[in-house]
Write a protein that binds this ligand. Sequence first.
Ligand SMILES: *Cc1c(COP(=O)(O)O)cnc(C)c1O
Length: 430
Amino acid sequence: MKYYSLNHNAPKVSFQEAVIQGLASDKGLYFPETITPINADFFETIENLSNEEISFEAIAQFVGDEIPTTILKEIIADTLCFDFPVVEVEKDIYSLELFHGPTMAFKDVGARFMSRCLGYFNKDNKESKNTVLVATSGDTGGAVASGFLGVKGVEVIILYPSGKVSDIQERQLTTLGQNITALEVDGVFDDCQDMVKKAFLDSNLKDKNLTSANSINIARWLPQMFYFFLAYKELKKHNKPLIFSCPSGNFGNICAGIIAKKLGLPIEHFVASTNINDTVPRFLENGIYEPRASKATISNAMDVGNPSNFIRIQEMYHNDLEKFEKDFSSYTFSDEETLEAMKAIYKTSGYIAEPHGAVGYLGLKKELANHEDAIGIFLETAHPIKFLDTVEPALNIKLPIPSQIESVLNKEKVSVKIKTYQDLKEFLIH
Ligand SMILES: *Cc1c(COP(=O)(O)O)cnc(C)c1O
């Protein structure tokens, strides 16, 4: 499979090159040259297949022959080492729980898959290493640190804003050691992000083989389609149209869902639910794509003013707004509405949703009003414990600490403090 840059000003590359580079040389996102629907038989008998078999079928064409089948199957089995339950919250409304992985965030899936692909591509590479550089406002860093821990030939450097991530998130980043280094930046998330962007463009760092582990990287983004297939496998028996609502920030998750639909997965409609960072809902309203600086909310993993994957979604609909709106809606919700939803869900069903999932639930409810007799699924993208400062007071409960979190709480934090881009550069060179 070849990948082209969405800026159309860089050579086409293989899967391996796209994974190693992250972004094309013209700064465009990579996109697969073809998306070939899977045979209809596959969907008709999907309930007879294992999660690994389903996921292999979904991703095989995107990897091509660049990873041998047996190894790709091992990578998939390693990626899916935890459960993806669909839990009925109300009649015909389900939560697709994506938080049962090692760091209790859905980003575990993409991070595990990408790290193992990079590890495979580096297996014979003794001289040069790949360096994964990521900026995190919380969840990404922990998932990347855990996913890449101990992967040979890959050095991981995570930048996070000092004092601006939760205690649990900080420990997930700073206690692992080995090939993972946490740089604690005296600044805010945008400062971390700017430093990372600068490093990618810095010609003095060319020989460092820097790559990103954000959802712009195809190996982080594409495996996110697995759980749309797995949810379909569970819910197919009801024989009703399925509507998925994704709490969206950079729109990587929902974009993976749309690829799954292109492959033939019967999904009736998508809802991109956002907090007040509403660039896409505004676009659907007036047809003008106008990014704005991000605003802080209680669903902070979605505080994104210019969603990086939206351009991939536009590519799939050839910028045809009418066709796009048939498949896709997007709604925005305030923190007040989110808190009300968390309380209402808990009161009626006893289900504990954290703020991102609650935004997904709200968007789903709104869209279901337009679809008679459909089943709705919202993605629950993180475990409530990761947002305990919001969840506990809102619901007036005390959350038990899951074992994955317990295990990092007693470990000692190790970080390197930096302030400027020059500090980062010196760190990378030495
Ligand atoms: C990253 C993240 C999101 C947003 O996902 P995108 O793929 O960027 O749209 C939503 N919820 C949580 C908890 C996240 O960590």
